[in-house]
Design a protein around this ligand. Structure first.
Ligand code: GLY
Length: 465
């Protein structure tokens, strides 16, 4: 947690941006695994962490934009709770740690929201992404889930995303600590990588590393010889010489800031010529993209598209694409090789702020506003700001089902060399990823001089050693 002054200043700035009404910021509740007292690992909501700092479950934050006053609703533990959890600070004590002087039990929340409704006060809230939060807000506001989404505060979505996407110096320091956790995770995986090891042994070891250095993993680790499956969470594979292992994993600092890195390397410790050729194409995009991550750049055109052109040039060089790289990108042919974005926001969350807008099911309602504001609430219209942290994760994947579908539909005819592509069907996939801070003059890769091995030579020197 940062000092109380950080949270006080963030709430004041949010009030200034919203101007009127009351802002509801629900924290997360426990999510039961099989019965209420056996819950999944608890992760606090990112926006609640940003404005209220507390990482325990079942708190609800309120900010009154007229008075500037903040309130936390939450329950003090009872003796019954203490038997199971041990003694805990009171809600008032916890609130004071984040500069909040007013706190009430959760039982007072419904009455408080009722009084807002009766007085006609404007109530702002973000679109919820968890069922429990949807139920709570629906019950407090007297809305159906559809009405809840319809009436979400677009002002609040843009204000919160606009603030969260630009990181302060103390946030960047926390992200550097998250990088060091990611570094330890990835170098551990590299050293363990050899034929006969089961993917889950590596997944388990690096998750242990993440917990031993900080707050645990920042998302479910991907440790797979099937790198062509973008989010492959199966760990059953036994490592085989000749295959590539893709590890996409990151850690969370104790302040809840995240890292996200991917490395791909040969199980044998030595790239084949074909693996090296494709690897170096992805590496070229990975190394050149940070220069495009300048304040003012438009993400899709200036960053994502330029990376696709570098990849297309490389694929042309190995004979998988005919004609010009620009034409291949313009025709959409790179979707066949990299069917995902080059970047997403990073911060308190991996895919920072995407819960606010990008994945909202009535997304079209925010598109017009997103184009004007150009915050990370909508990646297609995202204009980069100095201090934004984003992933840089080019990849090339050979996905047999996608190749077959494109070929059967006659897509990219004359551009993609399908006959040659057939010989890559069992290649797998390569992704290389680090986290980058946007500055006025280009991106700076988090980690400074320390970098997770990434070139062919660096990887061959460490994998399996
Ligand atoms: N590295 C995980 C993701 O980008 O979703």
């Amino acid at each position: 947690m940062f000092s109380a002054a950080t949270y006080v200043a963030r709430r004041a700035e949010l009030c200034r941006r919203i101007g009127n009404g009351v802002i509801l910021i629900p924290g997360n509740w426990e999510a039961p695994y099989n019965y209420p007292n056996n819950a999944y690992h608890f992760r606090q909501d990112g926006t609640f962490i940003y404005y209220f700092g507390l990482t325990l479950p079942q708190f609800f934050g309120v900010i009154d934009c007229q008075s500037g006053e903040a309130t936390i609703f939450g329950d003090d533990v009872t003796v019954d709770d203490i038997i199971w959890m041990g003694p805990q600070p009171t809600v008032a004590q916890l609130s004071a740690q984040v500069g909040v002087t007013k706190s009430y039990p959760l039982s007072a929340l419904a009455g408080y929201v009722d009084s807002l409704k009766k007085s006609g006060t404007q109530i702002h809230y973000l679109p919820p992404y968890r069922g429990q939060t949807t139920l709570l807000l629906c019950s407090l506001l007297g809305k159906t889930p559809e009405e809840l989404h319809r009436d979400k505060s677009i002002e609040l979505m843009f204000a919160v995303a606009g603030m969260r996407e630009v990181k302060s110096a103390e946030e960047i320091e926390a992200m550097e600590r998250a990088f060091h956790i990611g570094y330890a995770m990835h170098t551990t995986a590299m050293k363990m990588c050899r034929a006969g090891v089961v993917e889950r042994e590596i997944a388990g070891a690096i998750e242990g590393v993440a917990l031993s250095y900080g707050g645990g993993i920042s998302f479910t680790s991907i440790v797979s010889q099937h790198g062509e499956t973008l989010h492959n969470h199966n760990y059953d594979g036994v490592l085989e010489n000749g295959k590539l292992l893709l590890v996409d994993a990151g850690g969370e600092s104790t302040e809840n800031y995240c890292s996200d890195h991917t490395r791909t390397y040969p199980v044998s410790g030595k790239f084949t010529e074909r693996q090296r050729d494709i690897y170096n194409i992805v590496l070229a995009a990975h190394q050149q993209s940070p220069a495009n991550m300048k304040a003012g750049a438009m993400y899709m055109e200036d960053v994502h598209r330029k990376a696709l052109v570098i990849l297309a040039e490389g694929l042309k060089g190995v004979g998988l694409i005919n004609g010009s790289a620009e034409d291949a990108v313009a025709a959409g042919a790179m979707y066949l090789f990299m069917p995902h974005g080059l970047s997403h926001g990073m911060g308190i969350d991996v895919h920072d702020c995407e819960a606010i807008g990008e994945r909202s099911y009535d997304f079209s309602a925010i598109v017009e506003r997103a184009a004007q504001e150009a915050t990370c609430v909508h990646r297609a219209t995202w204009r980069l700001r100095a201090g934004t942290v984003m992933s840089n994760e080019p990849g090339i994947y050979f996905i047999p089902a996608l190749i077959d579908k494109s070929r059967a539909e006659g897509l990219y005819r004359g551009i993609v060399n399908y006959d040659k592509l057939d010989s890559y069907r069992d290649f797998g996939g390569i992704r290389i990823e680090d986290d980058v801070i946007v500055t006025e003059s280009g991106g700076v890769v988090i980690g400074g001089d320390k970098k997770i091995p990434v070139t062919v030579e660096e990887l061959e020197a460490v994998v399996g050693k």
